[in-house]
Design a protein around this ligand. Structure first.
Ligand SMILES: Nc1ncnc2c1ncn2[C@@H]1O[C@H](COP(=O)(O)OP(=O)(O)OP(=O)(O)O)[C@@H](O)[C@H]1O
Ligand SMILES: [Mg+2]
Ligand SMILES: [Zn+2]
Length: 464
């Protein structure tokens, strides 16, 4: 017997309640409840099978097995034709895996996937399903990106059940769903984009991947807080979660793995948006430093490690006299609290006064830095800006700052120094600990720094 049942579900944690609540008692999030209608059924055999299918990946009864290293299944990986994307995935798309690619509107998700489909379609069959754009629109984009392939099929459809039927007919090796928020399943009565619909549709596509080895790429929208729209459980269900990020107005785009069942989550892929699509940036440091200002105060080069790659970025600081009772502090590409900490250290240990200044901090090129090895560079950029003395452009800074103003050791110093030398930095400030062991390339001077006092000499011409 079927009857409709209305419940309110928290988008964040799937907590259910009979009435609407402003705050979720389970996860504490505000305003996350959505109304959903279920066909409440006491016994629904198909659904149960679907659940079992999803869990085990096969239809037969399951048996516990001995853990065994001898007969390991090999991951069948397919190169996507984009080295930067493969790197983030850990070496290509795994057969039967489900990847969720999310990002801000207009960042280039559809563009990237269409380009990837194009190169995969050279060897495999690909079905690209869009719930947002017509075949005409997709073809226009394909023309602009010069995407053309015999094995690439496009389909405009939002009904998950129909998509699966098409898959059964066409048997694609790779299925792209753009986007999961536009999909619906007819058994579920709630609107597309609601938590239930997203969960249902995702489990249908995941089930497809796990039963016949189709690789599935899902596009996910983000909400205004920047996390993936829909239930949090979506991120648990898929194998890999990728974030596509970048500043809309700047051309650099970075892909990061937030979760990866088949590889590390440290690697990033760097792309540049051009009018013929996304171009891979093999040499991010060079690209990021390409238009660095010279001879202007407040700029300092730093080096961060992203996965297995050192990347050099330019920090820009601007400290100007404030007109506000509470001075403004703003950051882009760097953690706000980290800046507050560094400002506090500079005020306390060096007696510099930032309390009368607005302070802006920016990473050139739209890169997001979350490694503390950039602290010393941030400190130097701030000092340079407040004193209005430019930092020589052959200087790079590596080191983490402690609360007493001491400079702490960082990992992989060799890599960073080598990358700095490669890009023409001749004076590299490094943490005193580890400096002695560091291999110094020819023509480079490595200057050990014990505390933030040591970098001051660089900006104090009067002492020389
Ligand atoms: N004719 C064009 N020339 C150059 N760049 C273009 C052109 N058309 C689109 N773009 C770029 O492509 C971006 C849109 O890419 P795309 O449609 O792949 O984004 P998306 O992430 O799929 O967006 P949505 O969330 O709306 O689906 C634009 O923001 C723009 O930078
Ligand atoms: Mg799109
Ligand atoms: Zn909740």
């Amino acid at each position: 017997m079927k009857k409709a049942r209305t419940v309110f579900v928290c988008k964040e944690c799937d907590y259910q309640s009979a009435k609407w609540l402003g705050r979720c008692p389970s996860c504490g999030a505000w305003n996350t409840f959505e109304e959903e209608t279920y066909e409440d059924t006491t016994a629904e055999p198909e659904k149960k099978t679907a659940r079992r299918l999803f869990l085990s990946g096969q239809n037969e009864e399951t048996e516990p097995q001995l853990l065994d290293y001898e007969n390991l299944p090999a991951y069948l990986r397919t190169d996507t034709g984009m080295v930067e994307f493969d790197r983030v995935l850990g070496g290509g798309i795994v057969a039967g895996s489900v990847v969720l690619l999310s990002g801000e509107p207009g960042i280039g998700k559809s563009t990237l996937l269409l380009q990837i489909c194009n190169s995969i379609a050279k060897t495999k069959k690909v079905l690209y399903v869009s719930g947002e754009e017509s075949v005409g629109q997709i073809s226009l984009r394909a023309k602009r990106l010069s995407v053309k392939s015999e094995n690439l099929y496009v389909l405009t459809e939002t009904d998950a059940g129909k998509i699966i039927k098409h898959c059964e007919k066409q048997k694609p090796d790779v299925l792209v769903i753009d986007s999961i928020q536009t999909m619906f399943h007819e058994d579920s009565t709630s609107i597309p984009g609601s938590a239930t619909q997203i969960r249902e549709c995702a489990s249908i596509f995941i089930n497809k991947a796990k039963t016949d080895g189709t690789s599935v790429l899902l596009v996910g929208h983000v909400n205004k807080e920047g996390s993936i729209a829909g239930p949090k459980v979506l991120e648990h269900m898929v194998d890999t979660v990728l974030y596509f990020e970048g500043e809309q107005r700047q051309n650099f785009r970075v892909i990061r793995a937030m979760k990866n069942r088949f590889g590390s989550t440290n690697e990033i892929g760097v792309f540049e948006m051009t009018d013929v699509g996304l171009r891979e940036v093999e040499n991010p440091s060079e690209a990021l430093l390409a238009d660095r200002p010279v001879g202007v105060s407040g700029n300092c080069a730093v080096c961060v490690i992203e996965g297995t790659r050192p990347i050099i970025a330019e920090i820009q600081a601007l400290a100007t006299a404030t007109i506000f009772p509470a001075p403004r502090r703003m950051t882009a590409g760097i953690d706000y609290n980290r800046m507050a900490l560094i400002l506090a250290v500079l005020e306390k240990r060096l007696g510099l006064r930032f309390s009368g200044s607005d302070v802006y901090l920016n990473v050139i090129g739209g890169l997001h830095i979350d490694e503390t090895a950039s602290d010393l560079g941030v400190a130097l950029a701030l000092i340079s800006s407040i004193r209005d003395i430019p930092i020589p452009d052959d200087v790079m800074c590596i080191g983490e700052l402690g609360l007493s103003g001491e400079c702490r050791a960082v990992s992989r110093l060799d890599w960073r120094v080598k990358e700095g030398a490669r890009l023409g930095f001749r004076r590299i400030f490094v943490p005193a600990r580890g400096a002695a062991k560091c291999q110094v390339p020819d023509g480079v001077k490595v200057i050990p720094v014990k505390s933030v006092f040591d970098i001051l000499s660089l900006l104090a011409p009067e002492k020389k």
